[in-house]
Design a protein around this ligand. Structure first.
Ligand SMILES: *Cc1c(COP(=O)(O)O)cnc(C)c1O
Length: 420
């Protein structure tokens, strides 16, 4: 077979990949709370010959021959996952967080069973019962809401919703909730109504792995996550569970919802979990918390209101209901100065999901670049001033320059070119 380098074989894609390195490196401050930058060793494992194999089944029990090295990396990924997150059993094959949720529900429920999940506009994910998603169609969802006063999930509200819906399973875990996920409190509610408890820790898994957020086990029966958000690993999903559900979880992933696993991704998951076991990852998680607190401080200093008043984790949700701009307008104002974030519903938002009254800002990616409290506080103040002065063109120019300066000071992949 003729082997050619990508540069030679496909100059157009090669160019796009290098342009993307440039975009990530020097065009914007990445503040989308679900995004991060993986270390080079993760990219290397992803771009490896592990992609060439069909490995349907599980280590030691595959449908095809020739899987010994695949067994090795999958077992490493599983062992490391259990070390980081607890639980008795790990399945590292889900292709994404949504696939993990699909399989997790299928493992412990039948179609038509009852699930209690968060109101979508209060921080849940599409897979938590949205009408456009499989979950809303296959299961009978009821919802619990954020408390209007405290802007947090409170036990009495959840208990009331649980008593009314009488669910078989309660799902907790959010994409836009700036406070601690209270596994123990949800367990108490689940026990009251005799339901299983599932936590979707996609957003906070890096904080859990780094020891900066309480652990989901032993409170939860089943836990799902993505492997590419705050945990800074290969893109994909994972399920962890108690021994009792291990066999059902494995069957639900393969053959029920997936075929051959993406073994290059699983190798890269193993590599990123090893990174997360290092002491340096604990420092990273700690810095995320400090940076988000500094960001919140900067935003509040300049008069912006934060949902629940602040943050315990890697993100803040800015409430723009008292400001002149909507979430949509704020998102594009910020994009113009090189701050990339997303508009987001705030609890009890009067605007539509396409407009919204909020923006969500996360710090995992900037923390990976090496930024600390000083930069995040400055960035918070800058964001607030921009949002409060949408007409000020001079300010816009100055801020663009400031963003470029910060980016230059914190290089990312340092003059990388795509090479395999
Ligand atoms: C991101 C996310 C998911 C889905 O992950 P995908 O890999 O995009 O399918 C599921 N649940 C929560 C809470 C998330 O934040």
């Amino acid at each position: 077979m003729e082997h050619r380098d990508l540069e030679d074989a496909d100059p157009e894609v090669y160019q796009a990949l290098n342009d993307e390195i440039e975009r990530q490196e020097s065009e914007s401050l990445e503040m989308i709370a679900s995004e991060n930058f993986v270390p080079r060793q993760v990219l290397q494992a992803q771009g490896s010959v592990m992609t060439n194999k069909y490995a349907e089944g599980y280590p030691g029990n595959r449908y095809y021959a020739g899987c010994k090295h695949h067994d090795k990396v999958e077992n490493l990924a599983k062992e490391r996952a259990l070390d980081l997150f607890g639980g008795d059993h790990a399945n590292v094959q889900p292709h994404s967080g949504s696939q993990a949720n699909f399989a997790a529900y299928a493992a412990v429920l039948d179609p038509g069973d009852k699930i209690l999940g968060p109101v979508l506009a209060h921080g849940g994910h599409l897979t938590h019962g949205h009408g456009v998603n499989f979950s809303g169609e296959l299961y009978d969802f009821g919802t619990y809401a954020i408390n209007k006063e405290t802007e947090r999930f409170e036990k009495e509200d959840i208990l009331e919703a649980a008593r009314e819906h009488d669910p078989d399973l309660i799902v907790m875990g959010y994409s836009a909730y700036p406070r601690e996920f209270e596994f123990e409190m949800f367990r108490e509610v689940a026990d009251e109504v005799d339901a299983l408890l599932m936590a979707d820790i996609a957003h906070i898994s890096g904080l859990v792995a780094g020891g900066k957020h309480p652990e989901p086990f032993p409170h939860c029966d089943i836990v799902t996550t993505t492997t590419h958000k705050s945990i800074r690993g290969a893109r994909g999903g994972m399920i962890l569970c108690k021994e009792k559900y291990a066999e059902d979880v494995d069957k639900a992933v393969f053959p029920y919802t997936q075929g051959g696993p993406l073994m290059h991704q699983i190798a890269a998951k193993a590599v990123s979990f090893k990174e997360a076991q290092r002491d340096s990852f604990e420092e990273y998680a700690e810095q995320i918390i400090k940076n988000t607190e500094a960001l919140a401080e900067g935003l509040r200093n300049e008069g912006l209101k934060l949902v629940s008043g602040g943050t315990d984790n890697h993100l803040v949700l800015v409430d723009l209901r008292n400001e002149e701009v909507t979430g949509k307008q704020a998102e594009s104002l910020l994009e113009e100065i090189g701050v990339v974030c997303n508009k987001n519903m705030v609890p009890y938002d009067p605007e539509s999901p396409f407009v919204t009254s909020g923006i969500r800002l996360g710090t995992p990616a900037l923390t990976t670049r090496g930024m600390k409290e000083k930069e995040l506080e400055q960035i918070g103040e800058m964001i607030a001033r921009r949002v409060k002065n949408p007409e000020d063109g001079k300010m816009e120019e100055k801020m663009k320059e400031k963003v470029s300066e910060i980016l230059e000071e914190f290089p990312l992949y340092e003059n990388s070119k795509v090479k395999y």
